[in-house]
Design a protein around this ligand. Structure first.
Ligand code: HAS
Length: 557
């Protein structure tokens, strides 16, 4: 399909701007591991303080890159599969609003005015422009979503007997989750944090801000993940010569995410006061519910891989494991996607461990947590983003991917680094190593009275892993830049490698419409969150003063 020039231009910007920011993001990741291991000792490097760097690393990698990518990918999916015209004015408005928001937030962080980490809840306080920037980034993504809804409705009207393409179902489900999840955090930012940051109020309900943040904070992780899931269902089977195992199961997965990904936020707050433990248990139970669509995906995608291996003539029980085009330079998306899936087996299992109410006591706020979440967001999510960015770039520009061998090696290098990185963090975490701490000037510094010798080896392993990941990222950027610098072969039709379906169930009314699922989602959210918010309001006495991460004394208004 031929995309218009304007659409191509905006897609390229939405893909490449985050990649530019990611250069900074991965560099700051390297600084993190080196600081934790004590290779770098000091509270700042090139005048960027430890927590400024950590905030920038989290905000850029986890919020900005993922949001820009989800919007770019969503724009392309909608136009490609619905074959409907997209309103370009709103595509551009969405892009500019997101960009301005990003620049404002980046300014606040880089000038040391927003060392609040990517989980920007109180009592840490940021400059008003940080909050405005984050709000604009979110609003920009809403605009993109609202632009797709009429396209979808038109498709349904014009093709009443056709099924909505799975990639479209996935994209819309993802943005429904995103929209529901971001409304409370928009309230938190605009109604609570912004007036506080502007100095109009001096005290706020910290527990409420944390509850509202985590209402958003967990679905946020599925907002990162679902574009990868769309690729696992809609593209990967085709790439390996297989088919989507079951059309019904694929649709069900995205709808299940819609109902289970939000009412689980308290699993980030098991250790916090003010909230009834029974409510925490309820959220823990729903958390096991949200693992369900991933477990269905594990079996469905494995079946697609098996069909792929068999269709290419390989027989035997384990041929689906051994006989995949893992190193096919011209089919490099396979490597990016399968390596992501393999990493997610451990990322998902550690998530289930975190969710276990009593077990969480052991790992909460330790290195185990970044160990877990790098196996998710820095595993399947970033590898899907890397692979699809280069794929879409090459398709949109008609340029052939350069350094093909290096390109296909990137996911394996990344996975090797991640194995060391996350193992170091998780073992360290089980030994009590805290997360978000400049260990190099304290616990891993032999000259410090706080020195913990048993954290030296784990932080060293983490640093080795982080360094390998950094090299993998540099290799990826080299591939991207070389591709960008090459000559275009002229306009090519844009193409997503779309999978066929093996079990194409006819009667799918259960997974046809969004409305009933949205209704169920809202009911479950109300059950999970009305009493939680009430607890936060009732059990918090007075307000709390703001703190800076560098000082245990509250900032006086
Ligand atoms: Fe998590 C904390 C629980 C998934 C990200 N998580 C975090 C944080 C982040 C994060 C960023 O319950 C830290 C937040 C902070 O800063 O404080 N997480 C879960 C659970 C899941 C889960 C139950 N997390 C994710 C995903 C993320 C992510 C996805 C990002 C994208 N997480 C928690 C909990 C905490 C937490 C607690 C808070 C802990 C605390 O104390 O603070 C589930 O969704 C996981 C289900 C996944 C599976 C795996 C399925 C496997 C698949 C691969 C199959 C492979 C195949 C390939 C087919 C059950 C689909 C085979 C191929 C061959 C060739 C063999």
């Amino acid at each position: 399909m031929e995309f218009s020039k304007g659409l191509k231009r905006v897609l390229l910007l939405e893909l490449l701007i985050p990649m530019l920011l990611l250069v900074l993001g991965v560099y700051l990741g390297l600084i993190q591991v080196l600081s934790r291991a004590g290779v770098i000792r000091g509270d700042s490097i090139w005048s960027l303080k430890y927590y400024e760097g950590l905030t920038l690393h989290g905000v850029v990698n986890a919020i900005v890159v993922t949001t820009f990518f989800a919007v770019a990918f969503g724009n392309a999916v909608m136009v490609y599969y619905l074959k409907n015209k997209i309103k370009m004015t709103w595509v551009w408005v969405s892009f500019w609003v997101m960009l301005i928001g990003t620049l404002l937030a980046a300014w606040a962080i880089l000038t040391g005015n927003a060392t609040v980490l990517y989980t920007f809840y109180a009592p840490l306080k940021a400059h008003p422009l940080f909050y405005i920037g984050v709000a604009l980034l979110v609003v920009g993504s809403w605009i993109a979503f609202f632009n797709w809804i009429p396209m979808y409705l038109r498709f349904r009207k014009e093709h009443p007997d056709k099924k909505t393409p799975i990639a479209v179902v996935g994209t819309l489900a993802n943005f429904v989750i995103w929209f529901i999840a971001t409304v409370p955090v928009a309230y938190e930012v605009l109604v609570i944090l912004l007036p506080w940051s502007l100095g109009y109020v001096t005290e706020i309900n910290v527990m409420l801000t944390r509850v509202l943040f985590w209402f958003f904070g967990h679905p946020l992780v599925y907002f990162w993940l679902l574009p990868a899931y769309i690729m696992y269902y809609a593209f990967l089977p085709k790439l390996v010569g297989g088919k989507i195992y079951s059309d019904f199961a694929a649709r069900l997965v995205f709808f299940l995410f819609m109902i289970f990904s939000i009412p689980v936020g308290l699993h980030h707050q098991f250790a916090e006061p003010s909230i009834n433990p029974n409510l925490k248990l309820l959220h823990a139970v729903f958390t096991f519910g949200v693992a369900l669509p991933s477990l269905i995906t594990a079996f469905s995608v494995a079946a697609s891989l098996e069909m792929g291996a068999h269709s290419r003539g390989y027989k035997g029980l384990m041929s689906w494991v051994y006989r995949q085009p893992y190193f096919d330079k011209n089919n490099y998306l396979v490597a990016y996607l399968i390596v992501g899936l393999l990493i997610f087996i451990v990322g998902g299992a550690t998530g289930v461990l975190n969710a276990s109410y009593s077990m969480n006591n052991l790992v909460h706020n330790t290195g185990f947590l970044p160990g877990h979440f790098h196996l998710t967001v820095a595993g399947p999510v970033i590898l899907a983003i890397f692979g699809m960015t280069i794929y879409m770039y090459s398709n949109l520009t008609g340029k052939e991917v350069k350094f093909k061998s290096l390109n296909v090696a990137v996911p394996y290098m990344w996975a090797l680094g991640l194995t060391f990185f996350s193992s170091g963090l998780m073992v360290g975490g089980l030994l009590g190593e805290p997360r978000r701490t400049n260990l190099g000037i304290s616990y891993t510094n032999p000259d410090s009275p706080l020195f913990q010798s048993d954290w030296q080896i784990t932080t060293a392993i983490t640093a080795i892993g982080g360094t390998i990941m950094f090299i993998a990222a540099l290799s990826y950027f080299a591939v991207l830049i070389a591709t960008m610098a090459s000559k275009s072969k002229g306009a090519v039709a844009f193409n997503f490698p779309t999978s066929e379906v093996y079990h194409d169930e006819k009667n799918i009314s259960f997974v046809k419409n969004f409305a009933p699922w949205i209704l169920v989602a809202v009911v479950i959210i109300l059950i999970a969150y009305v009493p939680t918010v009430k607890e936060a309001l009732d059990n918090t006495a007075g307000g709390a003063l703001p703190y800076l991460p560098t000082n245990p004394v509250p900032i006086t208004p």
